[in-house]
Design a protein around this ligand. Structure first.
Ligand code: ADP
Length: 527
């Protein structure tokens, strides 16, 4: 039997018995075989001692059972690691930051408590997956869309708490959260926002309540266990259309992104998109095969190839959702704004009416952009055995993209990784007002390969920090590394988090180490 760190075998056995009384024996998991399912299947520490493994897992079915578990954990000082559906792949999956934690698996709390298609919101428990919510909406013929991430097997609660993103109009998921119910580290039950009123009538409609707005403190945090969450949904739009805008020259990126920012922040273009460079992605025929352009190719040479082959340097797909007349006008206006860039070209894309005809539902290229959860993203993994995401936030400007590509290219060069046309990745618009890069660092069942990639990952965190860019989220293996670059005024924000942790959770039982927030007894001194 594994035991949690700092807990004796006798105490752990006693606690397991009490957990079994609280949730039922069959919902206390202790066999190695079953616990293996709670490891991170994309772990950067595969086959290494540091790979994180829980000592047991508990699957309660109700808020009262969660409260009972928390009280028992306090008695025996047992660290718990909370998951909703545990699909946080690329950032740690179900695995705890601190190996040996007891996993608190909320998958059985999977009730859709309400979906309102007049005011467009849902109230869900943590075990409700995007598939479950979608099915509920379809079965009840409700006129609302969810905004699933790719892939869609996770939960609105887990994904929103991690501040994940989707493809549709409501793509910044934490921004759609309205009202939470939380089991505090002492076992007390709290409701936020208007939910603090016993007879609340607007818990899912007005998010701030009265006084300090605390919901953010429970996202990416270990201050509580969220047992209910309100999420805003999109009224089913009447129509959709998309189009692509392309520019020919390297330096066109600056007015290109400036125009994009204007259109995004004016809410004319909607949904998530990603910058593309058909030219940097261009592959040439060579010796009977197809190869990348040389990594050190100059901008002038690239522009020459672009001119000769008619390949744009930069391009972006844009999405519009709403009444048919409005989306047509939005696309027209978008073209008008981008037309200020000499040589810009436009490609009309697809258009759909909703509800989708069954034939269209099977052919839409990216179902999640239409509120339909799916798992097709796993088809993109190719030959790697997993990946971990490195996701720095950078300013929404062409200058910042140039600088970031240079910095990332330099790190790769320094670490001896061949550049791929100076191009590693291009940023996404998952969040309003800032770009996010998403680098999928590959994971293999190869200790040396993973070790090397961890070094590069850590170097990238530091290089980004030197330029004022921080990660929005990270894999459990790097939570301390990322937290440690948010250093303003002698880490005052990190110390603030720790002060709250100590006040709310003096026994340090909830998710120790999450986002670099450790309870006092496990806290290392900071350099
Ligand atoms: P998903 O349901 O999308 O698969 P996970 O269950 O993997 O998401 O959760 C992602 C992370 O969010 C977890 O590692 C945990 O730190 C945090 N988390 C998930 N659910 C809760 C919850 N109900 N309360 C507090 N934190 C949670």
């Amino acid at each position: 039997m594994r035991t949690p760190p700092g807990v004796s075998a006798a105490d752990f056995s006693a606690a397991l018995e009490r957990f079994a009384t609280a949730v039922g024996k069959e919902w206390v998991v202790t066999s190695d075989e079953d616990l293996d399912l709670y490891r991170d299947s994309f772990s950067p520490y595969w086959h290494e001692e540091e790979d994180s493994v829980p000592s047991a897992a508990l699957a309660p079915d109700s808020v009262e059972q969660v409260q009972a578990i928390v009280r028992i954990a306090n008695t025996y000082k047992i660290p718990l690691w909370t998951i909703s559906t545990g699909k946080n792949l690329a950032y740690g999956g179900s695995a705890p930051r601190l190996s040996g934690c007891v996993t608190l698996d909320l998958k059985r709390m999977n009730r859709v408590l309400e979906v309102n298609d007049k005011n467009h919101y849902a109230l869900v428990e943590p075990g409700v997956s995007y598939f479950d919510l979608y099915r509920y909406i379809q079965d009840n013929k409700l006129k609302v869309w969810i905004d699933p991430p790719d892939p869609g097997w996770g939960s609105p609660v887990g994904n929103s708490l991690e501040r994940g993103g989707g493809r549709g109009v409501l793509h910044d998921h934490f921004a759609t959260v309205c009202g939470m119910e939380i089991v505090l580290p002492n076992g007390e039950l709290m409701r936020t926002g208007m939910g603090a009123m016993p007879a609340a009538r607007t818990w899912q409609q007005y998010r701030y309540g009265f006084g300090p707005y605390v919901d953010g403190m429970f996202s990416q945090s270990n201050f509580g266990i969220v047992t209910k969450m309100g999420v805003w949904l999109l009224p089913e739009p009447e129509a959709y259309r998309d189009g692509a805008v392309s520019v020919a020259r390297h330096d066109d990126l600056i007015p290109f992104v400036e125009t994009l920012a204007y259109l995004h922040n004016s809410q004319i273009v909607q949904g998530t998109t990603a910058l593309d460079s058909p030219l940097l992605n261009y592959r040439v025929s060579k010796g009977g095969g197809v190869v990348d352009l040389p990594g050190d190719i100059s901008v002038a040479e690239l522009e020459r190839i672009g001119r000769e082959q008619n390949i744009p340097y930069w391009s972006i797909p844009l999405h519009f959702y709403g009444p048919a007349k409005v989306v047509d006008l939005q696309w027209e206006y978008t073209k008008e704004k981008f037309s200020a860039i000499p040589g810009v070209t436009f490609k009309d894309g697809r258009s759909y009416r909703f509800p989708l005809e069954p034939k269209d539902a099977d052919t839409v290229p990216l179902p999640q952009a239409f509120g339909i959860p799916n798992l097709s993203v796993f088809g993109l993994l190719g030959r790697v055995e997993g990946h971990m995401d490195f996701s720095p936030i950078i300013p929404f400007s062409g200058e910042a993209v140039f600088e970031a590509l240079k910095v990332f290219g330099d790190v790769y060069h320094e670490m001896g990784i061949p550049p791929r046309n100076q191009f590693i990745s291009l940023p996404w618009t998952f969040f309003p007002r800032a770009f996010v890069f998403l680098f999928g660092f590959p994971i293999m069942h190869d200790v040396e390969f993973n070790k090397r990639n961890r070094e590069v990952f850590r170097r990238m965190i530091k290089a980004c920090a030197e330029h004022g860019w921080g990660e929005y989220r990270t894999h459990i293996a790097y939570m301390d590394d990322v937290a440690s670059v948010y250093t303003y005024n002698n880490h005052v924000l990190w110390r603030f988090h720790e002060t709250i942790k100590d006040a709310l959770d003096p026994n340090g039982i909830l998710s120790p180490g999450k986002q670099g927030i450790w309870p006092k007894h496990l806290r290392k001194s900071r350099a």
